[in-house]
Design a protein around this ligand. Sequence first.
Ligand SMILES: Nc1nc2c(ncn2[C@@H]2O[C@H](COP(=O)(O)OP(=O)(O)O)[C@@H](O)[C@H]2O)c(=O)[nH]1
Ligand SMILES: [Mg+2]
Ligand SMILES: [Zn+2]
Length: 301
Amino acid sequence: MADNAKGRIIKGVGGLYTVRLSDRDLQCRARGSFRHSNITPLVGDCVTLGIDERGDAVIDRIDERKNSLIRPPLANIDYIFVTMAAASPKPMLDMTDKLCAILEHNYITPVIVVGKCELDREYANEIKSIYEKAGYRVFILSCVTGEGIDEIQAFVDGNLAGKISAFAGASGVGKSTLLNKLFPSLELGTGEVSRKVERGKHTTRTVTLFEVCGEGGYLADTPGFSMLDFDRFDFFDIENLPNVFPEIHECVGLCKYTKCSHTKEEGCEVLKKVRRGEMAKSRHDSYVELYNVLKNKPKWK
Ligand SMILES: Nc1nc2c(ncn2[C@@H]2O[C@H](COP(=O)(O)OP(=O)(O)O)[C@@H](O)[C@H]2O)c(=O)[nH]1
Ligand SMILES: [Mg+2]
Ligand SMILES: [Zn+2]
């Protein structure tokens, strides 16, 4: 009956996967042949089911992935809401820029969220300006005063259907509090509860996708999902670095020297942009920092 049915893996625990079909959820394993091909099904995978020798439903085929994360194990992510607080904890813009670059490289759209804006409105506005110049959507909000919630709610309601999304950000920035406002049916733990989850940080994580916004829209529940989880994310070579900063990518080919590194050359269009205030200095500093890291690194295979 499940033969040739297509669905999405929404949960995976110890080799047992929950596949959401159009009319129901089905628990099944992967066909043994996957073990030879070095591919493990991931939550987020679009799969085709088959029937094994014993008559049980099995995962037969995995559609080609748009991207995949190692930790948390998750495939085909469309949006990551890069969440920070205007204060308490203080935002780490260099980490934010590195994360956005990695997301760009993996075809994931970053959406910038600056929460707790009532604590430092001036800095919140400054961050908004930095990332809007990069071409990103930025939402400033406070879960205490409620300001800015309607705007992000409208974005979420209008864009997440049919997509997989996740919220990333350091612990304590207010992710769970915001998620509870945006998706009340999820009933996620905040503050106290999430600290308990943090303690189990080094145990194997399981990811579950929750249906949101209808029509196959999913939110990955990733407790304590922090920026650091991206350290092992598929990285890029130095040649690709300009392409993962949208405001630098726009300038590629326009500088005086064809081999311009956009770090210090005269006649560099990127540096002109920074001088004109069209690209934030903090973003360019992050670019230079990553450039120096990648320059000293052997090529990734
Ligand atoms: N001042 C202020 N505190 C907030 C706001 N949103 C959340 N918090 C508090 O920040 C702390 C961490 O929130 P939580 O949602 O658990 O953060 P998470 O670790 O990112 O999931 C909690 O004590 C929240 O009550 C906000 O908009 N303003
Ligand atoms: Mg939390
Ligand atoms: Zn240049």
